[in-house]
Write a protein that binds this ligand. Structure first.
Ligand SMILES: *Cc1c(COP(=O)(O)O)cnc(C)c1O
Length: 384
């Protein structure tokens, strides 16, 4: 990123970086370059594009914008968050070891345990709120520490700078899944992470209409290797999907401010509700990670989890009774969603030590009026 671009604020960069008017027509929105290949003037002589798995101008615009938002030098876009994680995991070789949080995203857990273990890559899942536990879990073969903060679904806050320091001292790579915070609320590269990963399906896309993923790095060597993996394995997004994520990015800042304001109002309401046993929101002063979140993040985000008194059946009744909160997986869209992790997003953890509380509900708080959302939760909780 050039110093001129760095001068601009986040909101401005989200709208302008990587997205100048189209040089051919002046179109103010980056066109959807719906093409698989590019005519060459002579064999090997082309204008930077040969084949759209390798590169596509709509994708380039998105990759530059993503890098800018994360304050990184290089961005890479993928067909899904999992494709981004898979491309990143090719950095780990057989015989090497990965450390991840004990409430890591279920899809990441599945990839590490059910796929990568067969290739001789071992993973440890530990309580990353305790850097000393992570230090103790480090092995000579540890190649990567994979961090998520806030975590899913308990919204634990992990000290990215402290964990990056541990990894660095032992020569391991630090990757941060920044999906829950979004680059608006948290910039892990500033905290010395090596790789930032996103499911752009969530807040970056923001409208529940696209699946996508991203990696952002500062180190040129890492970029070249990851870009090679992106092209070699081929988990690349189509131009229309890139365009949808670009459109979402333009409003990320205003959306995140409202997501967080609504989430805070809902967290306070739930904390005072007699049918609620426990609320998890980093913005609440009694959340164990509150002080760290206030230091490490510029917003507490739009995700709230809570435990309904009465266990699985009560939680299922609440989740089935909301009308504005749709019962659905995913998060980060304009519409509010409620998820029952034990049977939905985290069902693959059933029977494992990482299994989640059956009474837990996770909210992705949308952009509806907060009073309407609170009234919806209130009537649903009455059926708990
Ligand atoms: C959704 C999600 C992913 C996976 O992304 P997809 O776009 O669904 O492939 C990874 N990490 C987190 C934290 C997520 O929420």
């Amino acid at each position: 990123m050039s110093p001129a671009e760095r001068r601009h604020h986040f909101e401005t960069r989200a709208i302008h970086d990587g997205q100048p008017p189209d040089p051919a027509t002046g179109a103010v929105i980056v066109p959807i370059y719906q093409t698989s290949t590019y005519a060459q003037e002579a064999p090997g002589r082309h204008r930077g594009y040969e084949y759209s798995r390798t590169g596509n101008p709509t994708r380039t615009a998105l990759e530059v914008a993503l890098a800018s938002l994360e304050e990184g030098r290089f961005g890479l876009a993928f067909a899904s968050g999992m494709a981004a994680i898979a491309a990143m995991m090719y950095l780990v070789s057989p015989g090497e070891h990965v450390i991840a949080p004990d409430d890591v995203y279920g899809g990441t857990y599945r990839l590490l345990v059910r796929v990568l273990e067969r290739y001789g890559i071992q993973s440890s899942f530990v309580d990353m709120t305790r850097p000393d536990i992570v230090g103790a879990a480090m092995r000579p073969q540890t190649r990567m520490i994979l961090i998520e903060s806030p975590t899913n679904p308990y919204l634990k806050v992990l000290d990215i700078a402290a964990l990056a320091e541990i990894a660095r001292s032992r020569g391991a790579i630090v990757a941060v899944d920044n999906t829950f915070a979004s680059p608006y609320a948290q910039r892990p590269l500033r905290l010395e992470a090596d790789i930032v990963m996103h499911s752009t399906t969530k807040y970056l896309g923001g409208h529940s209409d696209v699946i996508g993923g991203a990696l952002v790095v500062n180190r040129e060597d890492l970029y070249q290797t990851l870009k090679f993996h992106q092209n070699a394995a081929g988990g690349t997004p189509g131009p229309f999907d890139c365009w949808l994520v670009l459109r979402g990015i333009k409003t990320l800042a205003v959306r995140m401010r409202q997501h967080a304001a609504n989430a805070e109002a809902i967290a306070r309401f739930l904390a005072a509700h007699p049918r609620v046993a426990q609320v998890f929101y980093p913005g609440l002063p009694d959340h164990p990670g509150h002080a760290l979140a206030a230091r490490q993040m510029s917003s507490f985000g739009g995700m709230v989890s809570f435990i309904v008194r009465g266990g699985q059946e009560a939680a299922a009744r609440v989740a089935s009774s909301t009308t504005l909160f749709f019962l659905a997986e995913s998060l980060g869209g304009v519409e509010s969603l409620v998820d029952h992790p034990a049977t939905m997003t985290h069902a693959s953890l059933a029977g494992s030590p990482l299994q989640v509380d059956a009474g837990l509900l996770r909210l992705s708080v949308g952009l509806e009026h907060p009073d309407d959302l609170i009234a919806d939760l209130d009537q649903a909780l009455a059926r708990a």
